[in-house]
Design a protein around this ligand. Structure first.
Ligand SMILES: [Ca+2]
Ligand SMILES: [Ca+2]
Length: 385
């Protein structure tokens, strides 16, 4: 295990031990419940150990619902800037998070924005590139790193690439074979003829006998990540955001890149190598929603981390530990679970750590899973580091 990762793990174990010392070793009379406020105060120094983007606590943030800066009822970048002290500052009221993960901010037609219509623009609901530059500056002033959602598996059905490809297919003469030389965007997606449709993830293109793949839904056509041209587009997009100062990426839908785990890992290797060639400290975490052993295999793709979904949701280890913070066994059980996960991780990649995840946009929020009490939420964030 890498030195820094070890330090974090040891720190977590020490923190959790701090929760346990009183109930385990004090005389029965002194075995009272741990005060969450006092516990959080003790845990706070974790922020001081986050020396680079791979360490610390990341706050997952849906810009649309976080803070509205212009009063139109939709959260935006300027609203977020106005609340940064809440995320990390010297104030006792700060959550002490060392990073934020912004759910999609790129131009899109949906409220969730997981289907981009342009990978190098901020959605106008959220603001402008100038606003984003200001956000990066204000975050870095407060030692908050920014990673952003990066959606390579699919674009929006309204992306120009898809529009151009469909127009080309509609204009093909009968019997004419499509060619990427005539229309490069034909190779950007997975188009098949009617007779080659497999399963239910293909959708028809009106006025043609062609179908396109949409793993998630018809509005998100799957991109061909084995195409050099598509990879070039994503290298340009990654560079665009890194030049603006982002510290890394959360890669969406990795398992759906292709039907092959080997190919998916190879795609990750390409992306990871590219990003690291631009910024060797960039943090890349992959969303591989699967059993922890299967998800961990994707570390072969060179990413520093993959999400560990087994720790999340209401039945997961993080929420369970927070709910039982005052018991004599919750902390020990949490530490044991972390050690077990790290044993699995180090068999694949010695220098990596698992990114324990309390919740995602697809689950109920932490506050709902636990309770509306800030100290308890803070404890949850620390365990989620
Ligand atoms: Ca707004
Ligand atoms: Ca795919």
């Amino acid at each position: 295990m890498e030195k820094t990762a070890k330090r974090i793990l040891v720190l977590l174990i020490l923190m959790i031990s701090a929760l346990l010392v009183t109930p385990l070793f004090a005389k029965p009379k002194a075995a009272k419940a741990v005060d969450p406020v006092a516990a959080v105060t003790k845990l706070a120094p974790v922020t001081q150990l986050a020396k680079n983007p791979t360490e610390g606590v990341y706050y997952s943030l849906f810009v649309r619902s976080f803070a509205d800066g212009n009063g139109d009822g939709i959260g935006d970048i300027n609203g977020l800037i106005s609340k940064l002290d809440y995320i990390n500052s010297d104030s006792d009221k700060s959550l002490g998070c060392t990073g934020i993960w912004l759910m999609p901010i790129m131009k899109s037609t949906t409220y969730h924005k997981y289907d981009a219509t342009n990978y190098c623009e901020i959605d106008e609901d959220y603001g402008t590139i100038e606003d984003f530059k200001k956000l990066v500056e204000e975050c870095h002033k407060r030692d908050i790193r920014i990673i952003i959602d990066f959606m390579m598996n699919h674009s929006s059905v309204e992306h120009d690439w898809f529009f151009e490809a469909c127009m080309y297919l509609k204009e093909l003469e009968k019997g004419q074979k499509p060619s990427a030389e005539e229309c490069p965007y034909f190779d950007y997606y997975h188009f098949v003829k009617e007779e080659d449709v497999v399963g239910t993830t293909y959708y028809p293109i009106d006025g043609t006998k062609w179908y396109y793949e949409g793993s998630f839904w018809s509005g998100m056509p799957d991109l061909n990540l084995e195409s050099e041209a598509v990879r070039g587009e994503f290298e340009d997009a990654a560079k665009f955001w890194m030049d603006l100062g982002v510290d890394g990426f959360r890669i969406d839908g990795v398992k759906y890149f292709t039907g092959s785990e080997k190919k998916n890992i190879s795609i990750l290797k390409w992306f990871n190598n590219y990003v690291k060639s631009e910024n060797e400290d960039a943090y890349i975490v992959g969303e591989i929603w699967d059993d922890v052993t299967l998800a961990t295999k994707y570390l072969e793709g060179g990413m520093y981390s993959v999400f560990d979904f087994s720790f999340g949701q209401s039945s997961g280890k993080i929420v369970g530990t927070v709910r039982q913070a005052a018991s004599g066994t919750a902390g020990k059980s949490f530490a044991n679970a972390l050690v077990q996960i790290q044993d699995i991780v180090k068999k694949v990649k010695l220098s990596s750590i698992e990114h324990e995840l309390a919740n995602t946009q697809d689950w109920s929020r932490c506050q709902e899973l636990i309770q509306q009490k800030k100290e308890i939420l803070k404890l949850n964030l620390v365990l989620n580091s």
